[in-house]
Structure formats: structure tokens, C-alpha cells
Design a binder for this molecule. Sequence first.
Ligand SMILES: *[C@@H]1O[C@H](CO)[C@@H](O)[C@H](O)[C@H]1NC(C)=O
Ligand SMILES: *[C@@H]1O[C@H](CO)[C@@H](O)[C@H](O)[C@H]1NC(C)=O
Ligand SMILES: *[C@@H]1O[C@H](CO)[C@@H](O)[C@H](O)[C@H]1NC(C)=O
Ligand SMILES: *[C@@H]1O[C@H](CO)[C@@H](O)[C@H](O)[C@H]1NC(C)=O
Length: 482
Amino acid sequence: MAVPMLKMGLVLSTMAMVTNWMSQTLPKLVGLDQTGARPGTSEKFISVVYPGQDEGWQVFGSVSDVGGKCVCRLLAPLPNLCQREPRHTRLRQIAQHMQNVSQYLEMLDWRTSRDLQHIRDTEQKIISVEMRVKTALSNPRTVTAEVLQDLEQSVLECIPLRAVLARFKSEVLKVEVLKREMDSVSTSLTQEQRHAYSSVQQLEQREILLQSRLHACASSIGCGKLLGISSPVTIRSLGSRFGSWMMDAMISSSDERVWSMDGYFKGKRVFEYRSLRDFAIGRNFEVHQLPHPWSGTGHVVYNGSLYYNKHQTNVIVRYHLLSHSVLTQRPLSHAAYNNTFPYSWGGSSDIDLMADESGLWAVYTTLMHGGNMVLGRLDPVTLELVQSWDTGFPKRSAGEAFIVCGSLYVTDSHLNGAKIHYVYHTDTHMYEYTHIPFHNQYSHISMMDYNPREKALYAWNNGHQVIYNITLLQEVKIFTEV
Ligand SMILES: *[C@@H]1O[C@H](CO)[C@@H](O)[C@H](O)[C@H]1NC(C)=O
Ligand SMILES: *[C@@H]1O[C@H](CO)[C@@H](O)[C@H](O)[C@H]1NC(C)=O
Ligand SMILES: *[C@@H]1O[C@H](CO)[C@@H](O)[C@H](O)[C@H]1NC(C)=O
Ligand SMILES: *[C@@H]1O[C@H](CO)[C@@H](O)[C@H](O)[C@H]1NC(C)=O
């Protein structure tokens, strides 16, 4: 029996640049099948082989360091493979047969209408012969040799009718045969249709399977360990020293809108822009007026809802942006609030909401945890705490925190010289100290969140809205049949 074997490999993908050495040597080192690169690009393909690779379907994860994109590629079987299908051959025969039959029918039709004209003409002649015969019979004395000769001539002219009639008879037989053939064609067609229908169903099921494989591929290729942060790009300079801005963080979302929430204290106004470009130049926006004011800057938009901390409470509010209504609100049990355990910059940043590839999270602390940052996984619908982890890092000493692929990255400060200093991994319950520097251009970061869909960090830096690209070290799981 085939036993699936799990091979683990490391592949370096970077949102900014992968060095040639890395992209060419690393996969070989770890035994990854590198199936080729388009000339002129440094795009590389990592063959991710899934179990049940049937009929030539293959799924490839491709990481391109040019666009910084992770792409899943699908290799479908060659189209002419279908032509070898027995059903395809049978259908083609039926189609040819139908063509033959209809050509023949056309010919019959043309011949019949020509013959019909001949019969009509002949009919006139027969009627006139009949009249003349009748006259001759009732008055035999008028019948001269000349009249007889004329009659005979007319009768001779009617003789081809016999051939026409004979053809008619045989044609009636042919029509019978054709009718039977049509019947049989239509019977086999319904059979083929039934087959075709079940093939369509099979194809649909296969498509669903492939979709899920693609999804698995996309998420395996999009996840990894943070290695580096690019230089920041300033998108806009808007609002006060403290604030928050974001795009929808759900991976499968195609929402292009941008939200901006200025200030950390009692704010209620959420600016919504149609796109990043609109945000950058401050056009095409509308304003949402929240029913309850917010605290801090730890808001997140996930799957069309804005999640925020209600002012001077530990209640989390889920506000649905499309219907402008609050769908759920629930206290985050025991979570400290009201500037008790904020990040180092203060600002009532006790509760920081965020999302990664796998869903919605909250960073907070409680008295029981002695002010250590707690990472909690939230149910996005009920807002219930599903599971929590004590990260061991004092919340008041942290500048900001964001989550990538289930690991929490904590900065040591919000001021100049800030770097990623501490990482907590939820899968292993382990922490480690790191040194991942980044450029803190405007010297005061009051919000920093990872957007897994954009694969970028969004930060509010002293009234400037900036984006950083990130470099991830990826683990690719490869299944092979032994
Ligand atoms: C159609 O007609 C062609 C030529 O008359 C013949 O060779 C062929 O076998 C026919 N095909 C079918 C399916 O009847
Ligand atoms: C996103 O929201 C839609 C309804 O708006 C819901 O059907 C879907 O399950 C949600 N997805 C996630 C991952 O929460
Ligand atoms: C929150 O803090 C403010 C200022 O320190 C204080 O006036 C207020 O009573 C506190 N509210 C709660 C609910 O603790
Ligand atoms: C991130 O990378 C993409 C693709 O290379 C580039 O278009 C974008 O400007 C970069 N953004 C930042 C903030 O560096």
C-alpha cells in the first residue's frame, strides 16, 4: 500500500528580492523539485505534488520575486487527451452520421419536388387523353387514323410517369430506413447525453477538489517565518500623531477599500476610501459614524466587518460596514482596559485586534497574566475566545505587535531605533528573541499590522500612513507516494 511520506523543505521567498543563490541553490539543497524558470525572469516554480495526481492534473506553487507575489499554477491535461475518450469518438461518429443523413434528406427533398412537378404536368396530359378517349368512345365515327396517332403520342408522353412512380415507391422505402436511423441516433444521443451529464458532474467535483488544493497550495506558499522588512513607502500624510488605517485582512477578500481611523480616544468617525489610490490622494470617500466610540488603535477590518474596542470597556464590537450596523459585541473576559496595560506609547491601546492567514486574533493582557501579552484566537462571528497563549512578554514594554502565520512579532519600542525583538510561536508555544530592524521613518509608531492578503505591514507613523513589504522564509510541505 502506498504510504504518503512527508518531506519538509525550506524555500526562501521574499516580497522584495530573493538572491539568485537562494532561489537556485536552496531548493536543490533541500531536495525540492524545481521545474523551471521563464528566461529573463527570476521566477521559480516549486512543484507541490499532491496525492492523487490523476489524469495529468498538477498544481504548482510559484513564487516570483519580481512582483513579490505567490501564485498557484494549475497544469491541466492537454485538450486533445479528451479526443481519445471513447465517448468523444462515439459522439463524433454520431455527428458524422447525422450529417450524412441530413445531406441525403436534402437530396431526397430536392428530387421529390422536381418529380412532383413532373407528376402535375403529366396529370394534365392524362386528363386530356382521358377526355379524348371518352369523346372517341361516345362517337366512334369521328375516330380517324390521325386522331389515333395523336392519342398514342399523348399516351407515350405519359409513360415516364411509371419510372417516376417506381422511384417514389423506392424512396418511400428509403424514408422508412432513414426514419429508423434517426430513431436509433436519437436513442444513442440520449445515452450519450446521460454520459455527458455524469461527466459534467464528475468535472464539477474535480473542480471543487482542485479549488481546495489550490487553496492549500496558496496558504502553504504564503506562510512562513519573518526574515526581513523592506523600507517603508509613505502612502499618505493624514491626521494626528496617533491613528490606524487598514484594508480588509481576509485572504479571499477582493475588497479594495481602505479605512482610516484618526486618534485613539473616543473616536467615532471611520473614513472609507474606494481604493488605495483614492486614499493616497484623498478622494472618493464616505464616512461611517460608529454607534459607540473606540479606544486605542488596534482595530481591524476582516471579511467586511470592522472589529474595535469599545471606549473604556473590554468589549469588542463587530460593526458590519455594508449595513452600517453592529452585528455583535462581547467583553473579552478579564482583559485589562482603559489604559491599564497599553503598549509603551499609551493611548488606551490595551486591546489590539488583528488577523492573519488563519483568522482573527486579539492581543491583550489580564491581571492574572501579570501584564504579559496574551494572544487570543477569536471566533469572528460570536467574538468568543477560542484559545489563548501567554507570550511571556510584558505588554507595557512592547511598542507594537502583529501576527504572521500564527506567530506574534513584537517590537521593542515605538520610537527611533525600533526593531522586531521578540517572537512567540503559537504552534510550538515557544518564544525567541530576534533582531529584525526596520526603518522607523517618522519616529512614532502607534499602529502596525500585517495584512496577509497584501503581504504587507500597515503602520501609522506620527501622522503618516506607511506600508512595508516583508520577507518570509517559507516551509513547503511535499507529499510523495512511496
Ligand atoms: C457518411 O457518408 C460517407 C460517404 O458517403 C461514408 O463514407 C461514411 O461512412 C458515412 N458515415 C456514416 C457515419 O454513416
Ligand atoms: C465571510 O462573510 C460571509 C458572509 O458575509 C460568510 O458567508 C463567510 O463564511 C465569511 N468568511 C469567513 C472566513 O469568516
Ligand atoms: C477610565 O479612565 C479614566 C481616566 O483615567 C477614568 O476617569 C474613568 O473613570 C475610567 N473608567 C473606567 C470604566 O474604568
Ligand atoms: C512591495 O513590492 C511590490 C512588488 O515588488 C512593489 O510594487 C511595492 O511598491 C513594494 N512596496 C513597498 C512598500 O516596498
